[in-house]
Design a protein around this ligand. Structure first.
Ligand SMILES: [Zn+2]
Ligand SMILES: [Zn+2]
Length: 248
């Protein structure tokens, strides 16, 4: 079996604090993940760059984005271009489908960020072409402010013909893998097959706490503002702080 964390933000998100190189190094050294997705807010450039350098680290990256639909956040995976912001959920899913991608409802019904309602998801899944692309729901989202609604999301996922997924929604390095999805196989292709077959298992390994998340996020958010973030100059070298503009 393989493990995937399909919701990770990098410095290509306004609120992400980890560079791509630091994320890849951390995943290889500190987690048991086989596949990750980089899903920056309404952006795909970071994911494409991560995919380019991933082989140096020995990890597979799915290119994705967390899209701000008019009805809430939606993960678009296996895409290679930016998805327009502000479309309805159904139009966004159809757009992603035309690009050959898959969608997962991010932190449904969560407070704190724009989140899809159960009505919006149930309504969208009535359309067979939409249901083919909107294959999963985050039953578990590891985000500090989203964890309170995981019991609602789990119940929703179990009541629908969708894949149940767990992701970390990491904006810092240390929470990557706190939510992970088990699937048969090891590769991004195997994962796609498992999502389409609705055969995935959500796992919560640890809960993010304010004491862990807020100090680290604040520290690196401020460092990012000054152009300094944690990065890794070479897969075999340790991570360090450096000029963000020079590295990915
Ligand atoms: Zn979100
Ligand atoms: Zn997110």
């Amino acid at each position: 079996m393989g493990f995937a964390d399909l919701h990770i933000h990098s410095t290509y998100s306004w609120d992400g604090t980890a560079t791509l190189s630091a994320i890849l190094k951390y995943v290889v050294e500190k987690t048991d993940l086989d596949v990750i997705a980089i899903t920056d807010h309404d952006e795909v450039i970071g994911a494409l760059r991560a995919e380019q350098i991933a082989h140096h680290y020995g990890i597979e990256v799915i290119t994705g984005s967390e899209v701000s639909t008019a009805e809430g956040h939606l993960l678009a995976l296996y895409i290679r271009e930016k998805i327009p912001v502000g479309m309805s959920l159904i139009d966004t899913v159809r757009y992603v489908g035309k690009l050959g991608g898959l969608c997962i409802a991010a932190h449904p019904m969560a407070a704190g960020s724009p989140s899809l309602s159960d009505e919006a998801i149930r309504n969208a899944l009535k359309y067979p072409d939409v249901a083919k692309v909107l294959v999963g729901i985050e039953a578990i989202n590891g985000g500090l402010f989203h964890q309170g609604s995981n019991f609602l999301a789990t119940a929703l996922a179990e009541s629908l013909p969708v894949a149940s997924v767990a992701n970390s929604d990491s904006h810092i390095l240390q929470t990557i893998g706190f939510g992970k999805t088990e699937f048969e196989g090891k590769t991004a292709f195997d994962l796609r097959r498992a999502l389409e077959a609705r055969q995935t298992r959500p796992i919560c390994t640890r809960h993010a706490t304010p004491w862990l998340v807020i100090p680290s996020w604040l520290e690196f958010f401020l460092l990012k503002k000054f152009g300094w973030v944690r990065w890794n100059p070479h897969p075999l070298q340790p991570m360090r702080l450096g000029r963000a503009k020079m590295v990915i």
